[in-house]
Design a protein. Structure first.
Length: 209
């Protein structure tokens, strides 16, 4: 069976709408992010691995990323991770506290900065590596003009409130305000959860000549 014909079902633990995860202390991280020079944003964005047209003018600083878009189980630290790890790890741990995973893994971790007037066009996260991890946002700075669509409904996510979103359904974001919208965005999965039945045959089919 070809990779295209396999049914790559989503992790049943993922939300199909949005899942509020509660408040997170972002004080130190938000202050550090506010101090990032523009030339650092420009350089990190130019080197980012997630260059997709739907992201439009949104800039990113990527701390961790998957080795392959086919498999979430392999990921790596990018150069910025070492300097930012001490600020990021407490926020990540606090945001995921209710999942209760003994061996949770963060395959992708990044900052996303959307300017006033910016948009992220309607899309779904179609790569197989997005099928299994939870997709979580922690807003660091926002404004009332920031609106996003997840799970078929529009939302405004307040600063410091972590939320899991449905990345496998159509979603978009729009910043109609007059200030940047900066989110910490990351993925999270349970290393003790059995792999889906489709993963091994999919990887074999993908590797076939």
């Amino acid at each position: 069976m070809s990779a295209a014909r396999l049914e790559l079902t989503a992790n049943p633990r993922k939300t199909r709408t949005v899942r509020p995860l509660g408040p997170v202390d972002i004080t130190a991280l938000r202050a550090a992010v506010a101090a990032i020079p523009e030339d650092v944003w420009a350089a990190e964005n130019a080197a980012k691995p997630n260059k997709f047209e739907v992201l439009d003018a949104t800039r990113h600083i990527v701390f961790r990323f998957v080795d392959s878009p086919r498999d979430w189980r392999g990921s790596h630290d990018r150069p910025a991770w070492t300097a930012w790890r001490g600020l990021l790890e407490p926020v990540l741990a606090h945001a995921v506290r209710d999942y209760g995973y003994a061996r949770g893994v963060f395959p992708r971790v990044m900052l996303a900065r959307m300017p006033p007037g910016g948009v992220i066009h309607p899309h779904i996260d179609a790569n197989p590596a997005a099928k299994w991890p939870h997709k979580i946002h922690v807003p660091l700075t926002t404004n009332p003009g920031v609106v996003s669509l997840f799970g078929g409904a529009e939302h405004h996510f307040p600063e410091g409130e972590a939320v899991e979103v449905d990345n496998l359904g159509p979603h978009w974001v729009r910043n109609d305000g007059d200030a940047d919208r900066i989110h910490l965005i990351f993925e999270y999965y349970d290393a003790d959860q059995p792999d889906p039945d489709w993963l091994a045959p999919f990887l074999r089919a993908s590797a076939a000549p």
